[in-house]
Design a protein around this ligand. Structure first.
Ligand code: BES
Ligand code: ZN
Length: 610
């Protein structure tokens, strides 16, 4: 056994999967998918082939030509991080057919009942596969080192429609015999088939679909926004994302051709656990970015940037995650600089710098996770998700840019993307490429400290700008009991408030917090970033009068960026028993409305502080 990735059972001596053909029957009544997966391998193989699964039932493994059964074994006790090893036994096979069912608790899938959707009429289901959840939908080599093409048939109730991060081939009546499932089930009159194909090879974590009552609006020649939730959501989304086509063109100017044909957006229900997910051809977004002031643009810029850094060039394992997120954070800010101006980009950098510094505190007893390339053996990526790969990665690239100058760095970036596109690479490959293309760089920038060292390197730079300095000094004034004046905050948007609040000390005088809120109504802000940043300070400072608002917030959204700080503030260090009990009760009541990944993350926060 020679692992290629600490988070996968994939064996480097076995051939990789190059194509997966899926037939999926979605049963909303039982929150289950019954499916078949035809896996094609890069070369014929004899002996065991190792695949990843999590909470899947495997009903049979077949020779695709003869449909005769092949021997297989599924490890009986799942590894809590990796899931269960599926070992199938091949003899000169270059493909294998697997029949399986998912479980209602599959970690990649959130099944929403009609009452959990905006329309209240139809159910909804969507996927979130990054980092290691694709294996809970179908058996696969679930490592970003693999690159796979897909064909998919989604058999769904006729009243619903399906979207996928792939090209749409057709919507049609089911055909008998086209799946390996029972025709009585597959061809029932109330069912329809949506057919998709992803012809570019992608890592399995980019596999994505959603099914429900989904509408759309065209935004430009290659961009469209889809959403659940009817006309109101669609109208707001259309306004918020009107500038998307321009953003794609800016991306192309900076990083080279956009290789994915379409750039569509899907706005999900409020329980979506991330701000955005860069699924190819169709980015998934939280509805919380729609605020009516075009700030959603930052998240879209980030997910768009992944079209080059992440989706074209992919981290080989999650230990190299900074290659995805650090490059993307850098690229995002370059796009923001063009479409929203230098000041906005500088503000984002400032918020990022605060975040990076906060992470040094979070990981002070576990400095491994302050490294750009941490050791992730026996570590669940969801447990250590943080701003480090984003912001330390950004700082590293910005440091190189300062060393060689922007024109040379832009040239370097374009060559890097053109060289490695459609490949999965590790940090060492990047460093070799860097040294070859920028000879002598290792004598100018301490690459080892950046990549292997803990903490923030001495040549990282606090991103000083006029607006950043002004906000910081106002935050410092607050400590001395001074409130920002109306004229000072008159043109502040959410991000200015976010930076202001994040610069306040962890715990402040509760009376002062209440006075700040009385003046600026932050706890009721329609901007979730502002509301959550405020509530976090309020809870950490022991302001009980905000517990009601905290509870409402934790029951309205499932974005982990909001759940993490609020639950943590309720249970950590100085928290009293009353607050811990509140956290446990809210979670008990809200749990079912969270995505399984978010459920796991909150559980781990609560258990760490129980
Ligand atoms: N790829 C990430 C989301 C992700 C990371 C999902 C790790 C699962 C595991 C996405 O591109 C991202 O970074 N989203 C951010 C957006 C922000 C940085 C603008 C988010 O969700 O907050
Ligand atoms: Zn990202």
């Amino acid at each position: 056994m020679a692992p290629v990735d600490p988070h996968s059972y994939t064996d480097s001596t076995h051939p990789f999967t190059t194509h997966i053909s899926l037939s999926l029957y979605l049963d909303f009544a039982t929150s289950t998918i019954h499916g078949s997966a035809l896996l094609s391998l890069s070369s014929p193989h004899s002996g065991p082939l190792h695949l990843d699964t999590r909470s899947l039932t495997i009903s049979s493994v077949l020779d695709p030509t003869t449909l005769l059964p092949l021997p297989f074994s599924l490890s009986p006790t799942p590894n809590p991080i990796l899931g269960s090893l599926l070992s199938v036994s091949l003899s000169s096979h270059s493909s294998v057919l697997i029949l399986f069912s998912t479980s209602p608790s599959s970690s990649a899938l959130q099944w929403l009942s009609p009452s959990q959707t905006s329309s209240l009429v139809h159910p909804f289901v969507y996927t979130q596969c990054q980092s290691i959840h694709a294996r809970s939908i179908f058996p696969c080599h679930d490592t970003p080192a693999a690159r796979v093409r897909f064909a998919a048939l989604l058999n769904i109730p006729r009243a619903l429609s399906a979207v996928m991060a792939a090209s749409h081939v057709s919507r049609r009546d089911p055909n008998p015999g086209e799946s390996n499932l029972s025709d009585a089930l597959w061809c029932a009159p109330d069912r329809v088939v949506e057919q998709f194909a992803m012809e570019q090879p992608i890592p399995p974590y980019l596999f994505a679909f959603a099914v429900g009552e989904i509408g759309f609006r065209d935004l430009g020649p290659r961009t469209r926004v889809y959403a659940e939730g009817g006309k109101k959501v669609l109208d707001a989304a259309e306004r918020e994302f009107a500038g998307v086509e321009e953003m794609v063109r800016v991306g192309e100017r900076l990083f080279g051709p956009y290789d994915w044909e379409r750039f569509d957006l899907l706005v999900l229900p409020p329980s979506f656990p991330y701000g955005g997910m860069e699924n190819p051809r169709m980015v998934f977004l939280t509805p919380t970015v729609i605020k009516g002031d075009a700030t959603g643009a930052q998240v879209v810029a980030h997910e768009l940037a992944h079209s080059w850094t992440g989706n074209l060039i992919t981290n080989k394992t999650n230990e190299d995650f900074w290659l995805n997120e650090g490059f993307t954070t850098y690229a995002e800010r370059r796009i923001v600089e063009v479409v929203q101006g230098e000041e906005r980009a500088a503000l984002n950098m400032g918020i990022g710098w605060r975040g990076l510094n906060r992470m040094m505190e979070r990981f002070k007893d576990n400095m491994e996770f302050t490294k750009l390339k941490p050791n992730m053996a026996d570590v669940d990526p969801d447990d250590v998700y943080s701003e480090v790969p984003y912001e330390k990665g950004f700082q590293f690239l910005w440091r190189i840019e300062r060393q060689i100058g922007r024109p040379a760095f832009d040239e370097f970036l374009k060559t890097y993307i053109a060289t490695f596109k459609f490949q999965s690479i590790d940090t060492e490959t990047f460093l070799d490429f860097l040294k070859t293309n920028l000879p002598g760089i290792e004598n100018q920038v301490d690459l080892r400290t950046w990549v292997e060292g803990t903490g923030i390197p001495p040549d990282a730079m606090e991103p000083i700008s006029a607006i950043y300095t002004k906000i910081r000094s106002l935050s410092l004034d607050f400590k001395l009991g001074k409130m920002p004046r109306e004229d000072e905050v008159a043109d502040w948007h959410g991000q200015e408030w976010e930076l202001y609040l994040e610069n306040l000390p962890d715990s402040v005088d509760p009376l002062q917090i209440a006075a700040l809120d009385a003046r600026y109504r932050l706890a009721e802000s329609r901007d979730w970033e502002v509301k959550v940043a405020f509530l976090q300070v309020a809870v950490s400072s022991g302001c009980k009068e905000y517990f009601g608002e905290v509870e409402r917030t934790l029951k309205q959204v499932g974005r982990m960026k909001y759940l993490r700080p609020l639950y943590t503030a309720l249970v950590q260090g100085s928290a009293r028993e009353e607050e811990k009990m509140l956290a446990r009760r809210i979670f008990m009541e809200a749990r079912d409305s969270y995505h399984p990944i978010a459920q796991g993350v909150v559980e781990s926060i609560l258990s760490k502080h129980s």
